[in-house]
Design a protein around this ligand. Sequence first.
Ligand code: ATP
Ligand code: FE2
Length: 339
Amino acid sequence: MKRKTGESYCLGIESTADDFSVGISTFSGKILANIIDVYIPPKGGIHPREAARHHAGVASSVLEKAFKKAGIKPADLSILAFSQGPGLGPCLRTGATVARALASYLGIHLVGVNHCVAHIEIGKLETGTEDPVTLYVSGGNTIVSAFDSGRYRVFGETLDIAIGNCLDVFAREAGLHQRVGEPFGAVVERFAANGKKLISLPYTVKGMDMSFSGLLTAAINLFKKGEHKLEDLCYSLQETVFSMVTEVTERALAHTEKKEVLLTGGVAANKRLQSMIKAIAEEHDAEFSVIPREFAVDNGAMIAWTGILAYKHGVVTPIEESFVKSRWRLEEVEVPWVK
Ligand code: ATP
Ligand code: FE2
């Protein structure tokens, strides 16, 4: 098909945490497939090795579904991208192994992609933003970033746990019941909608960085005391954590004077967070965009698209340099495709 249409394709593999996902993009940025298979732990949080076992188990069927959806064959691929970090070691290694095997079998170049850069790039592609302040809030990350001098700089981030994790742990500890397919963060949002009383919780912003673990402990302790309505606790938890991240985003916006704000990550689905970020964007005459859920959560399409951007600027990852980097920071990555 590549030969017939003259189009080139990249397949992207995402496996940093609990998702195993395969996306296929054309070199001009048309996403042809984005298949996501989520590992759901039987109980409690994610165990990296069990998630990795899940990824290895579903890899071939997810790949097959992606090729079918895209209507192309493996031989049509020009390059193959994979998330090289940051993330959970065993999960990353499983994705990297699949990527290496497939790329060597097909005799095509491999491109190692930074997961955080990929969240920003797919956001720009999907929303048409060009130079935003990006707030990336998920189960494992809370990062406020913006482009400056060749890289995406981190303006503020969490010093301990991520916002999504904070909401998830609280919901689990408080025994909140999930509806089918409902993430814990969305359960907190549902309860918070019926909360009215703002209960004081620790608000910790140090410089531009945030801390959520003390606040989480305080919220759990208040729940255990049983003096407050669960709805009020969820409401207060949301208001406090979202105010913290909104304050940091606003300061990044004021400092950089960018004219766009992009909200991404699984937590971006939260309507209250959206309205708070939208409000500060408007105050600074910046345009607010939120990424559609399919592309806000961890997904293979973002890896495929970022792999294309990098490859077009001469970036390839030789097999011997394709080891995973579980602590690979956003600002370590040069992004020559951004001007
Ligand atoms: P990453 O590897 O990027 O850290 P992740 O594995 O945590 O990502 P995502 O799907 O991006 O995966 O994010 C999941 C998080 O989003 C969970 O913490 C979940 O509770 C949260 N979430 C989902 N929907 C909502 C919502 N409506 N409100 C708040 N949080 C939400
Ligand atoms: Fe992510």
